[in-house]
Design a binder for this molecule. Structure first.
Ligand code: HMG
Length: 389
């Protein structure tokens, strides 16, 4: 029985900052961000958008198209949780009016948790054919203003439906994994911005990529040329180029020509370049972009996927694109969402990211910005109040 990803729905906030504007204010050559990091814009979540609203907005098309009757689980992967106890999944459960029978939890391991959710979902579906799991991966990536991580910030969400006989990607059984207790990137509970040792985190990411690849190769018996396309966790899109160099040096991958690299990699970078890092959603945003923007027929192609979460846990896995996959995509809606975003000037960006949520338990009604159907309407007695806008 084939098990895997049946639907992919992408959502990002309606606002962005052009990194050329950030570069001008920070007195940095704009090519450092555009070429050196491979990033053009960063998505900025307005004050009435959080991971709950982004996740619900991403999942709504799936729920509307496919219904909720066969859903056993809602798994919410994030490192931007809104509550230490109540799962973001529970708020979404309410907003999407999921059945009482459908259980809901939140998962965390930095950017890796979406992949953990996917593996758990596939195992559940394999044991319960005919049932389905809804996964949401959503995050708001924040670093200190003026820190090296600032141009890699971002925000976004991907919702996935996992079931048997999936319309998009049937997952292979093999995985190559790696875990090590390191402090490359972390966010203590008392901080809204992550802390990171940037160069070290990049080295750990690249090392994990090679280690995972070797284990995946040994488990599957496949070689690099069995993977027609690649999608990776993308803290910034240029990291894939660094990954390929590392695989060439340490794992016998060939040095691809620019054309070969573009064919296998570039379509999967299209959205992340426009949103910045979306942490748990990032790999699945890349997969969505590959499906949406690649003009070739991907049917039958095996896609290699590399998931990395700081701290760190990483995994190499793969899946085969299913015939007729295009009929299950929302490519036009995704392109529209990205194209219709509103550009912020630098001061508007700084005003938004330095705004803190109220902490005094008072009554607050939040100004209405552009969002999807769901928004954060305010706070009341320490409770978040969501509404359908
Ligand atoms: P930095 O110090 O600002 O940048 O930090 P740099 O000086 O290393 O420059 C970056 C690149 O731009 C370099 O290229 C420069 O040469 C180039 P490289 O040497 O690497 O090939 N450059 C230029 N290129 C063209 N024209 C120019 C120019 N000037 C310079 N004029 C860093 C970069 C990524 C470290 C920083 O942005 C950072 O700390 N980011 C956050 C951490 C991060 O993204 N780490 C990645 C791995 S960890 C991960 O993926 C997990 C994560 O997603 C979290 C989670 O799991 O939850 C972050």
């Amino acid at each position: 029985m084939k098990v895997g990803i049946d639907r992919l729905s992408f959502y990002c906030p309606a606002y962005y900052l052009d990194l050329a504007k950030l570069a001008a204010v920070r007195q940095v050559d704009p090519n450092k961000y555009r070429v050196g990091l491979g990033q053009e814009r960063m998505a900025v979540a307005p004050p009435d958008e959080d991971v709950v609203t982004m996740g619900a907005n991403a999942a709504l098309p799936i729920v509307e198209a496919d219904g909720v009757e066969d859903l056993d689980w809602l798994l919410f992967a994030t490192e931007t949780g809104v509550d230490q106890s109540k799962a973001a999944a529970m708020f979404v459960h309410g907003l999407l009016e999921l059945p009482e029978r459908c259980t809901a939890v939140e998962l965390k391991q930095a950017c890796y948790s979406g992949t953990a959710a996917l593996q758990f979902a596939c195992a559940w579906v394999a044991a319960h054919p005919g049932r389905a799991v809804l996964i949401i991966a959503a995050d708001i990536a924040r670093y200190d203003l003026r820190s090296p991580g600032e141009p890699t910030q971002g925000a976004g969400a991907v919702a996935m439906r996992v079931c048997a006989q999936p319309r998009l990607l049937a997952l292979d059984p093999w995985r190559g994994t790696y875990a090590d207790d390191v402090m490359d990137f972390w966010r203590p509970n008392y901080r809204e911005e992550a802390l990171v040792d940037g160069p070290y985190s990049t080295r750990v990411y690249l090392n994990a990529m090679v280690e995972c690849w070797k284990r995946y190769r040994d488990a599957s018996g496949l070689q690099w040329d069995h993977l027609q396309r690649l999608c990776c966790h993308l803290p910034f899109t240029r990291i894939v180029e660094k990954g390929l160099q590392q695989l060439h040096r340490q794992a016998g991958w060939p040095a691809w020509s620019a054309e070969e690299t573009a064919r296998r990699i570039s379509y999967g970078l299209a959205y992340n370049r426009q949103t910045g890092n979306t942490y748990a959603a990032s790999l699945y945003e890349s997969l969505t972009a590959l499906f949406d923007t690649c003009p070739d027929d991907l049917s039958g192609d095996r896609i290699g996927l590399f998931s990395y979460g700081s701290g760190c846990t990483a995994e190499w896995f793969s899946g085969v694109v299913q015939p007729g996959y295009r009929a299950a995509l929302w490519s036009e809606a995704h392109a529209r969402r990205l194209a219709e975003r509103v550009e912020l000037d630098y001061q508007q960006y700084e005003d938004i990211v330095t705004l803190s949520m109220p902490r005094d338990g008072g009554e607050y009604v939040f100004a209405q910005y552009r969002t999807g159907p769901f928004r954060l309407a305010g706070m009341s007695q320490h409770k978040r109040v969501y509404e359908r806008a």
